[in-house]
Design a protein around this ligand. Structure first.
Ligand SMILES: [Zn+2]
Length: 293
């Protein structure tokens, strides 16, 4: 029998969110809490499990699968995660620990890849065969669907657009390289540059962030012959139209071939429900991700 309700878990550098999602992609309940900076591995897991319990308690249905979207990098074969923005988890066996605690099949994928699945399922990339989906938030991530298939890559890490270099000799990134998109355009970077949270960024920073995102997207759409990039995340969606205008202008400036002419950068269609619906997409489609049954 196919699964009917998914316990969807979204693990990010700023917040943990858990919800129940129906097989039609409807978010039934949701709970969230901040990701405590500097918390140890067990404290973080305890928080995820407490939120899961609350989400289940407030819904009529019981989940029959678990889907997890988590910040990268990760080792999908081992089921371990080492999110750059969550230092408390390094090679943490998240899949096994959730399976032990919840007694349900658990599927895991990168949070931005999960979001790409969600936007293709019910969002702004609905009906698109090939597209890039991005998250510009605490960090910057991405997922690529090409010819109808989410790209995994050798170790499941395909789509890490946040670590394309967009400013030669730019700011030092957590990955050790200078000038990555994440080191210049993420919420964390903007706070470090301006001394204020991204939501208080001046218009020059909004413009610059859009330009840099457009520059990275230009390389990806040219490389892969795409015409659509969907952007989610609190920073991008919070900046709104001025950000998207700057990104679109920059994309046009940095692409010159005929097949890239119509490429567009658009806001995500699922808003802040995207990450949980994406985690559910991972849970409902375990054949293409890691599963512990
Ligand atoms: Zn980097």
């Amino acid at each position: 029998m196919s699964a009917t309700t998914c316990l969807a878990i979204d693990i990010g550098g700023t917040k943990l969110a858990v919800g129940l999602v129906s097989s039609e992609g409807r978010l039934l309940t949701r709970q969230q809490a901040p990701t405590t900076r500097g918390a140890d591995a067990e404290t973080l897991l305890g928080k995820v499990l407490a939120l899961s319990e609350q989400a289940c308690a407030s819904a009529a249905q019981r989940p029959d699968v678990v889907g997890v979207g988590c910040g990268g990098p990760m080792d999908p074969l081992a089921g371990t995660v080492s999110p750059l923005n969550i230092p408390g988890w390094r090679a943490f066996p998240l899949v096994d620990r959730l399976h032990e605690a919840l007694g349900l099949p658990v599927s895991l994928d990168n949070d931005a890849k999960a979001l790409a699945l969600a936007e293709g399922w019910l969002g702004a990339a609905c009906h698109a065969e090939s597209y890039l989906a991005m998250v510009v938030s605490t960090g910057v991530g991405g997922g690529i669907v090409l010819d109808g298939r989410l790209l995994d890559g050798r170790l499941g890490n395909a789509g890490h657009i946040g670590h394309l270099v967009v400013v030669p000799d730019g700011r030092l990134c957590t990955c050790g390289v200078h000038g990555c998109l994440e080191a210049e355009a993420s919420g964390t970077a903007i706070q470090a540059i301006t001394g204020r949270p991204a939501k208080e960024a001046p218009s020059a920073i909004i413009e610059r962030t859009g330009q840099l995102v457009g520059r990275a997207v230009a390389s990806v759409v040219t490389l892969l012959d795409l015409d659509l990039c969907v952007v989610a995340g609190s920073v991008a969606l919070g900046f709104g139209q001025p950000f998207f205008d700057a990104a679109q202008r920059s994309l046009r400036e940095h692409t010159g071939l005929d097949f890239t002419r119509g490429a567009a950068i658009v806001p995500a269609g699922l808003g802040d429900e995207g990450p949980l619906i994406g985690a559910a997409a991972v849970g409902f489609a375990p054949s293409r991700t890691l599963e512990r049954a």
